[in-house]
Design a binder for this molecule. Structure first.
Ligand code: XCC
Ligand code: SF4
Length: 630
């Protein structure tokens, strides 16, 4: 193969990954790691955040050393440019989560109207709970009537024009926190409005004040976490069931040599749940047998993988950087995608094997893929059509090209807030007691992606191990959840790696020391836990011995998540340096000054061992302030 070789043993800690990178090179295929090498050296202006192309007088670049230009053509300086770029990242991330949410609202409403017969409202209790939160009267109303009223309110969360805060946030965030946001003028009014305003403010000739820009970034991110993402979580639970602890397996070894392997990849459960469900049907299994396979094996990738894992126990093939590797096994008949975190390269990689890439969403098409548009009114029919493409493709598999690493790891996922409460015996009391007496020192939420800048999953796994060792309970979502799974941290036995306090709690409850709470939108579950803890203790979230971390983040969605964590009062670690260093002012605002305003701040450290130590110390400080033993 032309091009550089990847040091396969050094770029990941996950078993099987190195072997498949080597196979890729033998097969003449490039992966993200190869393209990352080809991109070196990457643009220094971009890395520092001082490149602006918001108008065609530019692109303008600020010289970070102060020798060259200090202002763009319009006069914008590094502070303005860096702040504007970050706000645009937050807006894009919020748009991603919240537009996913809009799609779920659409299906939810369609079910209530009787239009989408292939779906149903599974968790009616949760529907009633949501109705109550939103102030919808449920007495004497049918499920569908309640759902319809709820849907109307949720639709308005995107586009209402009044100045009132979004209702989900107002109903679920701690009162003390809401006061903080009110004082700062950052209570989000409507999701689409704050995203729109982010774009407007960052247009040439608008907001040039970095502090004012970043505060609007905060407002936008809050609309994501406490509203857009939270809506996706609530409604997905109502549609498909609230996750309960469930056993499964993770890593590429879940692919089966003698079965039709289908990967579901992306984020929205509306499609992936259908694929997983219909693939189990007798009709589809029989058809697979007719084509010489022992059956159909659906495996998940990234967050839609987390959605089907949490609710059906569907096995997970890997996290973000493993999407190409799954195809390189030569054993995947189809990768079915919805949106977000899909590498366009999937099509290039697939062209070297027999794998079909099937896109399903008008908003995420990939040239060279087969496009089968998904429509909720014909969900079952379309799911069948897609699965058939995979089955018929089984005969094209080339046995000589197949290599499935044997590695797979047991896991327990499905720790929704409800499931955590149930494990605790119905109330938060035992957890609060354990925190107060110091059996558990604190809680850290770890989230986010993979990034070839970081040895794959090293950041995720090392940080989690270092924290549980210090009696800190780890919860998390997204690609972290899959990393933790593949490295055995989601088993009750992993309690062995925890400090004595956390270990005893895990053993008493039969839970892992790291709790998988779902997909990236399910970071809203973490917010709800924080809110419940703050309310129970009559403190603000910023007083709690908790922290957040995104050790290997890469996406704009992760910037939105990090920002709403900070805005919610959480000390938030980033393991990948964000593009802000070109402005000392913005860097200081985000990693220092913002704490006085919001009680949380960003902390950047690329070494997860050092990060764990700092996070631990922050938690100890919070405990001291609460007067809790350390
Ligand atoms: Fe994507 Fe959600 Fe990141 Fe994974 S963790 S790479 S955003 S799939 Ni959210
Ligand atoms: Fe240059 Fe200003 Fe235009 Fe940005 S907005 S490209 S800094 S002129």
């Amino acid at each position: 193969m032309a091009g550089k070789k990847v040091p396969s043993k050094q770029v990941s800690i996950t078993p099987g990954v190195g072997k498949l990178i080597e196979k890729a090179e033998e097969d003449g295929v490039k992966t993200a790691w190869h393209r990352f090498l080809e991109q070196q050296p990457q643009c220094g202006f971009g890395l520092l955040g001082v490149c602006c192309k918001n108008c065609t007088m530019g692109p303008c670049r600020i010289d970070p050393f102060g020798v060259g230009p200090t202002k763009g053509v319009c006069g914008a300086d590094a502070d303005t440019i860096v702040a504007r770029n970050i706000v645009r990242m937050i807006a894009a991330g919020t748009a991603g989560h919240s537009d996913h949410s809009r799609d779920v609202v659409h299906v939810f409403k369609g079910i209530a109207e009787g239009k989408f017969k292939d779906y149903k409202l599974t968790d009616v209790e949760k529907l009633k709970e949501l109705a109550k939160i939103l102030g919808v009267e449920t007495e004497g109303k049918s499920e569908n009537e309640i759902a319809l009223e709820v849907a109307h309110i949720l639709e308005m969360e995107f586009g209402k024009q009044d100045e009132e805060p979004v209702r989900l946030l107002a109903a679920t965030a701690p009162k003390k926190r809401i006061k903080v946001w009110e004082k700062l003028g950052v209570l989000p009014r409507a999701i689409d409005r704050e995203i729109c305003l982010s774009m407007h403010r960052t247009h040439i000739g608008c907001d040039a004040d970095p502090a004012s820009l970043l505060l609007h970034g905060v407002r936008t991110a809050l609309a994501d976490g406490w509203c857009g993402s939270m809506m996706a979580t609530y409604l997905s639970d109502i549609l498909f069931g609230t996750p309960k602890p469930i056993k499964s397996l993770a890593n590429l070894g879940v692919l089966k040599e003698d079965m039709v392997n289908i990967i579901v990849h992306g984020h929205n459960p509306i499609l992936s749940m259908k694929i997983a469900e219909i693939a189990q049907s007798e009709e589809m299994q029989k058809l697979a047998e007719q084509y010489g396979a022992k059956g159909i094996n659906v495996a998940g990738m990234c967050c839609t993988g987390n959605e089907v894992l949490s609710r059906m126990g569907v096995q997970v093939a890997g996290n973000f950087l493993m999407q190409e590797l799954a195809i390189i096994t030569g054993a995947v008949e189809a990768v079915i995608v919805d949106y977000q975190c899909l590498m366009p390269s999937l099509v290039d990689v697939a062209s070297c094997y027999h794998t079909k890439i099937i896109t399903t969403e008008p908003k995420a098409r990939i040239p060279g893929a087969i496009h089968v548009e998904f429509e909720p009114e014909k969900a079952d029919e379309i799911a069948k059509e897609i699965i058939k493409i995979a089955i018929e493709n089984y005969k094209n598999r080339v046995p000589a090209k197949v290599y499935i690493p044997e590695h797979k790891m047991e896991l327990v996922a499905g720790f929704s807030v409800e499931a955590i409460l149930e494990a605790l015996g119905g109330t938060l009391e035992p957890l609060i007691k354990a925190l107060q007496d110091g059996t558990i020192k604190g809680i850290v939420g770890i989230v986010g992606c993979n990034n070839p800048r970081v040895k794959q999953n090293y950041g995720h796994v090392t940080l989690a191990k270092e924290l549980i060792k210090r009696d800190i309970l780890v919860v998390g979502t997204g690609c972290w959840g899959i990393a933790a799974a593949m490295h055995g941290l989601l088993t009750p036995e992993a309690a062995e790696m925890a400090g004595p306090g956390l270990k005893a709690v895990c053993e008493a409850l039969g839970i892992p020391p790291c709790l998988h709470m779902g997909s990236c939108v399910d970071c809203s579950r973490i917010l709800l836990v924080l809110s419940a803890l703050a309310n129970a203790l009559n403190v603000d979230i910023s007083d709690l011995p908790v922290a957040g971390s995104a050790p290997e983040w890469m996406s704009e969605k992760a910037v939105a998540i990090g920002t709403y964590f900070v805005a919610s009062g959480v000390f938030t670690h980033l393991g990948v340096i964000p593009p802000v260093l070109g402005s000392q002012k913005v860097t200081k605002l985000l990693t220092d000054d913002i704490e006085d305003l919001l009680g949380g701040k960003f902390y950047v450290e690329t070494d997860p061992v050092k990060a764990a130590e700092t996070i631990y110390n922050v938690i100890i400080e919070k405990r001291k302030k609460l007067g809790w033993p350390i």
